[in-house]
Design a protein around this ligand. Structure first.
Ligand SMILES: [Zn+2]
Ligand SMILES: [Zn+2]
Length: 137
């Protein structure tokens, strides 16, 4: 179980009710959410919040590496998800936004060969696979 307050502190962010609510929401969300969806869900708990505040909090979280922002390839929709503590990759349904974790990272070997070829020291990567789940295809 992730301690939200602790993880805010670890990322150098001050606690606030709105930040806490947003993290809690994303960690309970079964998958990924757009800023508008986050805003509507938060508004049920915190009437004073507005969409630009949600964007501001999200940008701060993305900057600190607490939240991952991705863009759906075809529609330019921005979606947000809590960064997983362990390194992982996901299948994401473009319609219902269901996500499924891949059982292992397929890029480790690839990274090693790229490091050899380019002399880069690779420290991280993102990989998400988009498509339609069994219910939506
Ligand atoms: Zn689906
Ligand atoms: Zn990986």
């Amino acid at each position: 179980m992730l301690d939200y307050k602790e993880s805010l502190k670890q990322h150098g962010l001050k606690n606030s009710k709105q930040r806490n609510l947003l993290i809690k929401l994303l960690s309970n969300a079964d998958g990924i959410m757009t800023a508008e969806e986050i805003y509507l869900a938060l508004k049920k708990q915190e009437e004073k919040i507005n969409l630009s505040t949600v964007y501001r909090i999200l940008e701060a979280f993305v900057e600190k590496g607490l939240v991952v922002k991705s863009t759906f390839p075809s529609s330019n929709t921005c979606v947000f998800t809590l960064k997983h503590l362990e390194h992982s990759h996901h299948l994401i349904c473009l319609k219902c936004k269901k996500t499924v974790s891949l059982p292992h990272c397929p890029l480790k070997e690839f990274e090693h060969s790229i490091e050899k070829e380019t002399n880069f020291n690779i420290t991280d990567h993102n990989l998400e696979l988009y498509g339609y789940c069994n219910n939506c295809k």
